[in-house]
Write a protein that binds this ligand. Sequence first.
Ligand code: PLP
Length: 389
Amino acid sequence: MLYLDYAATTPPYPEVIDAVREVMASYYGNPSSIHRVGIEAERLVIQSRETIANLLRVKPGEIVFTSCGTESNNLAIKGAALAAGKGKHLITTPIEHASVSEAMRQLERQGYRLTVVPVDESGAVRLDKLKEALCDDTILVSVMHVNNEMGRIQPIAEVARMLKAYPKALLHVDAVQGVGKLPVFPAELGVDLLSASAHKFRGPKGVGFLYRREGVRLEPLLAGGGQEHGARSGTENVPLIVGMAKALRMATSRLDEAIRRKEAFRRIVADGIGHIPGLQLTGPADGTGMAPHIVHLTYPGMKSEVVVHALEKRGMYISTRSACSSGEEKPSTTLEAMGFDRSRAVSGLRISYPEDYTEEDARRFVAALAETALELRPMLQQVRTGRRS
Ligand code: PLP
């Protein structure tokens, strides 16, 4: 069995599971309680906040704990938009996670003006178009760090530099697929708001954080007791917060080595894909501009679900993004935004993996993929000639 869907979610580190269990059992106090039991729990939250802040090279007061990446994105986008006032201008890209794009659409329905800036054929946001879209009324630009579907790294530093000429415009980065996998230092990048989620870096599910640069105003989405410096009310999830801090420390402790190992894995898979008839690697073979932990490919004319299930029979678990509704294939909006035709946009496949998988694992996967592609070729003919069963 080879689980190759780390971009969907990851198994928590055993040490994280132990830490969460211990905190649940022994530190059950409410961090807002003023007695010893509460203060012990509060201390753990403070320590976790400091750990995460140190790893990101930001101030502890700039970390807001949330329940997930989806919440971090919603808080950043809606919180910033509501704080700025109705009717203002927002900018995003067509390849964002639904928790960004749908939050933007909600605001658009409420009277905000929204510009969706296109991406180029490599999946990178068009900086020339972004420049054209920016205006004095722009209050928020949201551009993701690593795309969750095909792994393109976005030019965040360039976007941040461009925004310097627009002091009212905040930059939000959905870094859910980048934090713990690549160096991410929001203050050095010039980012105002940055989202992360623990389950993507071997922490627990149901916990995340939002980096909010000191001084950035957000209207809270959850009204209540005023926890998290008023940005996010609700009793802190102490065990999961501790687990998240531990996971981030472990994930980033030998980051260079982890990236090198993932790049080696990526090279073997990318090279293998290049040698399998019918398959097309997304992005350059040498991985320039792509995240080291994601490989994306298409099998034009083949529904991606069919490949996923055929690989599953061989014990390989990969992912597709083209959601299947009532048996009808829906093209991926991300791949369409990159200019892929329909036959490619319905056939996207994502392989994502950790640093501890070996080069032998990569070769095993390539062999399974080659067998699968060959086995499915007759179906490809049917799709191409329109004779579907
Ligand atoms: N943003 C990106 C880029 C993601 O890949 C995901 C998860 O798939 C999310 C946000 C949402 O994170 P969560 O599952 O913690 O809500």
